[in-house]
Each structure stands twice: as structure tokens, then as C-alpha cells.
Design a protein around this ligand. Structure first.
Ligand code: NAP
Length: 385
């Protein structure tokens, strides 16, 4: 018999399911990241996770590894099992067929095709179902999936490195490197889990970033450049199509010369045209909608200040990662990470929520979520309309 209170025991196994789910982050779009463990007594006897869209769902992957009778086991999964046919058959069928006696779920799937139905199907078959174990962590892990389901937009994170006095470069534009090696390594792990990386055209021209993921077992995100007038150089490193394993997408202004657009398309990059504002800048919401339509669930914006400022002003940013290096650059003309007008009074400033802090070498990383009504979705209770 377990000496742990039942709730703590459930949390322990759910924590492992969440750990497994993380292995799929950035690889499952348009699906969520899901992990599953099957428990016999106090032992985990089978594990699985959803590796990519079209492959086995986590429950099916774990059940495949099960070698003891399902009727003696409990199943832990961070997202409600699906009950509909899509690329793969319903997971509830596999759970029922296995004879599993108890199912513990992190959070309900807000996809309208599931949304409590998975729980209902299992309960109607006589299985004990517990919902909401490590619910906040389960919601956080799949925040991009939930936002995309609710709004059609990807989850947008902004990342920048700045000096202790809030500068992202010197007055002459020198910016390599502000943060230390541990911070730059951490950026690689972020790139590994985001579906796309986006930059403004000035950052592209000045920094010539590759925007790939250089981790050994990493994978490259889609690369997205906002270049309204299509003036970026085709020889920029980001357009190195010969070494690109994923799509390279340029957003440019509607009404550009068709031959110019066709020429860029001929270079192996995709060019999408969206509306512009009075300044000739691209409509950021239209950009994000177009990415959402391409099943991009998450975007990491890596500058520069003009693009980040513009996105924040329109409340299109969900999360901020600020890498702060203990160095002083100084100077009124040195750029800061967020341009645009900014807040007029302290009543208008943005207070990040769910804040976290980590030490990375000599740097400090602070990250947190921007209060955003679009993302603030309360999962529906099973069985409710
Ligand atoms: N330390 C860091 O973490 C970090 C990271 C990245 C960049 N940086 C530095 O930041 C500097 C570049 O930043 P920046 O603010 O000058 O430029 P930026 O944000 O990279 O690019 C801004 C330009 O992008 C185009 N654009 C098109 N649509 C836009 C939209 N909706 N919103 C904003 N821009 C749009 C506009 O150019 P057109 O009018 O020509 O279309 C605009 O001038 C560089 O010096 C770079 O080194 C530092």
C-alpha cells in the first residue's frame, strides 16, 4: 500500500507524463504535446509520447509498450484522450480495449471535437476518470495549442538579450555578443521547441542571423522574415536554402511588383503578401493569422526593437524572455529591446505574470507571460455545454 497521499501520488506520475510530453514540443504541430505513463501498483510499467502529427498518440504509444494486463493498471496523460477519428483512430478506443481501470488527466482538450467527450466516453464505459491533476502545468505546456484552437493565432514569445542598463547594442550598432555562452546555448533550446522564428528586416541586414537550431538532436524551426519591400539580400544566411531543413517564409507588402515577388519565390523561399499600414509596415495580425493558417502554433520573435514594440503595442505578444547581462553599454543613442511609443504612465506598463528567474552563467534570465485576454481560456468542465 502507498504511504503517499493519493493526490501527491497522482501528481508524481503526471509530472513524468509532462516530462515525456516535452519531448514532442515543436514537433507535433498542429497537434499538442502529449505524454503518457501506465502505472501498475507503484511502478511505471509503460511510457509513450506523441512524436509528430500523424504518428501514434501518447496513449497508444504507451499501450504498445504494456506487457502486464491493462485491467490492473492506471493511465496518466496530460491531455484528455481524443474520442474522434482524425489522422489516427480515437485514443478512447485504445484505452477501452486495453481494459485500463483508472485514467488520470492533466487538462481537458479545448478542441471542440474533444472538449469533455473523451472523459464522457471513458466514464460511460465504467472507467474511473480523474481530471485536473497538475492542471496549470498541463495548460502551460500546451499554451500554443490552446491559443491556436481558440483564436487561430500562434502563441508569440519575444526573446532579447540586453545589458544591465537595458541596451541591445552600442551606439554604433555593435551587438555581438551581449549575453554569455550559457544564455546563447539556452536560446538554442528555445529554438528547438518553437515552430517558427521571426525577425524584422533591419535585424536581418545588421546581424545576418542563421535562425537555425544548432543542438545536436535539434530541429530547425520555420524561419520567418518581415521584409515589406523585399529588399533583404538573397545571400543573407537565413536564405541558405541548400542547408535549410524547414520552410523559409518572407512576409512582404501587398501590391509589390509581381516580377520581383516571382524572382524571390524562384529562389526557394515562400513569399506571402499582407496589407501594410501608413508607415508601410506589415500588418502584424495578418502575419500571425497567415502563420496560424499554416499550422504554426508558436513563434519566437528574435528582434529587433521595432518589430517587438509594434507587436507589444497591439497586444500580440504572449511571453517575454529577457536575458540580462551584467554589463553597461550606456549612451542615449544605444538601442533598447522595445521601440515604439511605449507606456505613457506607470498605470500603462505591462506587468508580466507567471514570472520565473534563472541564472545562466553570469546572466539572469527573466521570463513571464503578458496578460492577454485571448489566451486566458478557462477549460470547460467535462460534460458541460
Ligand atoms: N540583443 C538582442 O537580443 C537583439 C536581437 C535582435 C536584434 N538586435 C539588434 O536590433 C537592431 C535592429 O532592430 P530594429 O528595431 O532597428 O529593426 P527590426 O525590428 O529588426 O526591423 C524593423 C524593420 O522591419 C520592417 N518591418 C516590416 N513590418 C514591420 C512591423 N510590422 N513592425 C516592425 N517592423 C516591420 C521595417 O523595415 P522596412 O520599412 O524597411 O520594411 C522596420 O524598419 C539591430 O541593431 C540588431 O543588432 C538585438
Amino acid at each position: 500500500m502507498s504511504t503517499q497521499p493519493a493526490a501527491k501520488r497522482d501528481e508524481r506520475f503526471m509530472a513524468r507524463a509532462l516530462e515525456l510530453a516535452r519531448c514532442g514540443l515543436g514537433r507535433t504541430r498542429p497537434n499538442p504535446a502529449v505524454g503518457c505513463v501506465i502505472v501498475h501498483g507503484e511502478q511505471i510499467v509503460a511510457e509513450g509520447f506523441h512524436a509528430r502529427a500523424g504518428s501514434d498518440h501518447a496513449e497508444v504509444a504507451a499501450l504498445r509498450n504494456l506487457s502486464v494486463p491493462g485491467s490492473e493498471c492506471e493511465l496518466y496523460v496530460n491531455l484528455e484522450p481524443c474520442s474522434h477519428f482524425n489522422r489516427t483512430p480515437p485514443c478512447t478506443n485504445a484505452v477501452l480495449a486495453s481494459g485500463i481501470r483508472r485514467v488520470v488527466i492533466g487538462t481537458i482538450d479545448t478542441n471542440p471535437r474533444v472538449s469533455g467527450r473523451g472523459v464522457t466516453v471513458l466514464r460511460e464505459a465504467g472507467i474511473e476518470v480523474v481530471c485536473g491533476v497538475l492542471e496549470q502545468q498541463s495548460r502551460q505546456l500546451n499554451a500554443p495549442f490552446f491559443k491556436h484552437i481558440a483564436t487561430g493565432l500562434p502563441f508569440v514569445s519575444v526573446k532579447y538579450a540586453m545589458s544591465l542598463d537595458g541596451k541591445i547594442g552600442t551606439r554604433s550598432g555593435d551587438s555581438a555578443w551581449i549575453s554569455g555562452e550559457a544564455s546563447r546555448d539556452h536560446v538554442q533550446t528555445l529554438r528547438n521547441t518553437y515552430d517558427a522564428i521571426m525577425v524584422g528586416t533591419t535585424t536581418l541586414k545588421k546581424d545576418d542571423p542563421r535562425l537555425n537550431c544548432r543542438l545536436e538532436a535539434g530541429r530547425d524551426p520555420m524561419r520567418v522574415v518581415l521584409d515589406a519591400r523585399l529588399e533583404s539580400s538573397p545571400t543573407s544566411r537565413v536564405f541558405d536554402t541548400a542547408n535549410a531543413s524547414t520552410k523559409i517564409l518572407i512576409f512582404a507588402a501587398e501590391g509589390l511588383d509581381a516580377e520581383r515577388v516571382a524572382a524571390r519565390r524562384g529562389e526557394g523561399v515562400e513569399v506571402a503578401l499582407v496589407a501594410t499600414d501608413k508607415r508601410g509596415w506589415l500588418d502584424e495580425r495578418a502575419v500571425l493569422e497567415a502563420l496560424g493558417q499554416r499550422d504554426v502554433l508558436s513563434v519566437l520573435v528574435e528582434g529587433g526593437g521595432a518589430l517587438v514594440g509594434s507587436l507589444l503595442e497591439r497586444r500580440l505578444v504572449d511571453r517575454v524572455y529577457a536575458f540580462i547581462a551584467p554589463r553597461l553599454i550606456g549612451g542615449a543613442d544605444a538601442p533598447s529591446p522595445i521601440a515604439g511609443l511605449g507606456a505613457a504612465t506607470m498605470a500603462d506598463v505591462i506587468d508580466l505574470e507567471q514570472r520565473q528567474i534563472a541564472l545562466l552563467g553570469d546572466d539572469v534570465l527573466i521570463w513571464g507571460d503578458v496578460p492577454n485576454a485571448l489566451r486566458d481560456l478557462t477549460p470547460r468542465k467535462p460534460g458541460s455545454p
